[in-house]
Ligand binder design. Structure first.
Ligand SMILES: [Zn+2]
Ligand SMILES: [Zn+2]
Length: 376
């Protein structure tokens, strides 16, 4: 792909002044900045293209080479473009100084030392199936970062003072010129805080924050399902410099039940029923969440038949009633038989139609036809 002309990219004349080039680039960079076009690959390409053009045209020497030799003049080695520096994403202050925060660039532009909201925390809580059905109250222990009370977050021992870092004059950053860009790195003397402490607080060792475990009581509503979460406002970490507290999210994981399976607010279970009951009809007991329910089985009930017990499912977590319980009939085949049972079954078997092992049996109807007959 051939490269576009740098003047064309920036939309300026070849005689454009440095100031015109700069403001043209500023306009394009603001328009196509990735922070303002999240996920837009074309905007990012346009942004990089403008940055590359500006990197050349803003540099008198490179611009001169470009004017005489075109892209070849500034494209040392070919690949990588005209010394396009990816750190352009990291620091814009030289281009955007004076614009303030009105453009709301995310990341890296938050003022150091200003109030920041505390981090949100996540706690994964496992509860039993019965607890999810009935609701419960449980206590959890959550470690979080809190502002040190001894030094009220300054990190300095009581009576001692916090001083502005001499190396970075309190900015917390050291700036380096790299081509046309200014690159900022955290100050090594104060580790980016902008402050030095003569006598650090002994409680927090100068960090201003300490990790503390908190015991909290969590109310879990009946009907909660795996993956649902509860937000405990203000139970996250402390903010810095008076910033608000973060929140705590308790994410619930419900253990499986050996008998019930949940789907939305409905429950499903498989109930083994003896063959005579299925054949003759009768009544069986079905375990439910709270007790046992009587279920009428009509005569000739087939395995796989579904019965619905209304309102015997899970309670809705928002308090909107109960789901249903679906009971799927299965055949219970005894593994051990008494002498009498064996005798009776043999008697029964004698009265049943003969079941040949293939379609060429003694009866006239084909195998699958006879199979069908047996079950109707
Ligand atoms: Zn402290
Ligand atoms: Zn410093």
């Amino acid at each position: 792909m051939s490269k576009r002309d740098y003047y064309e990219v920036l939309g300026v004349e070849r005689q454009a002044t440095d100031q015109q080039i700069k403001s043209a680039y500023r306009r394009l960079a603001l328009k196509f900045h990735p922070d303002r076009n999240p996920g837009d690959a074309r905007a990012e390409e346009a942004f990089k293209e403008a940055a590359e053009a500006y990197a050349v045209l803003a540099d008198a020497q490179k611009r001169g080479l470009y004017d005489r030799f075109g892209h070849a003049g500034v494209n040392a080695g070919g690949a990588g473009g005209a010394g396009f520096d990816p750190t352009i994403f990291a620091d814009f202050s030289d281009i955007f100084s004076g614009l303030g925060d009105m453009f709301g660039f995310g990341g890296g532009r938050r003022r150091r030392g200003g109030p920041q909201r505390g981090s949100d925390l996540r706690y994964d809580l496992e509860i039993s199936f019965d607890e999810s059905a009935e609701g419960t109250e449980t206590s959890i222990v959550v470690p979080r970062e809190e502002t040190c009370e001894t030094c009220t977050g300054t990190g300095a021992a009581p009576g001692s003072t916090v001083e502005t870092c001499a190396q970075c004059q309190g900015s917390g950053q050291m700036r380096f010129q790299q081509g046309f860009l200014t690159v900022a790195r955290p100050c090594s003397n104060c580790r980016g805080t902008g402050k030095t402490i003569a006598k650090p607080c002994t409680t927090c060792r100068g960090a201003g924050r300490i990790s503390r475990e908190r015991k909290l009581t969590v109310k879990i509503p009946a009907g909660i399902a795996t993956g649902q979460q509860m937000r405990l406002t203000g139970e996250g970490e402390h903010g810095t410099a008076g910033g608000p507290l973060g929140d705590l999210y308790v994410v619930v994981h419900v253990q499986e039940h050996p008998f019930f399976q949940r789907e939305d607010d409905d429950l499903y279970c498989e109930l083994p029923i003896h063959f005579p009951t299925l054949a003759l009809g009768g009544s069986v007991k079905v375990p439910t969440l709270k007790n046992r329910e009587e279920l009428h089985i009509p005569s000739g009930t087939q395995p796989g038949t579904r019965f619905r017990l209304r309102g015997k499912g899970m309670p809705n977590v928002s308090g909107r009633g109960q789901g249903d319980l679906h009971v799927i009939a299965r055949v219970a085949v005894p593994k051990k038989l008494s002498k009498e049972q064996k005798h009776l079954l043999e008697e029964l078997a004698r009265t049943m139609p003969v079941q040949a092992e293939d379609g060429s049996g003694s009866e006239e109807k084909p195998f699958f036809e006879r199979m069908k007959d047996m079950f109707t």
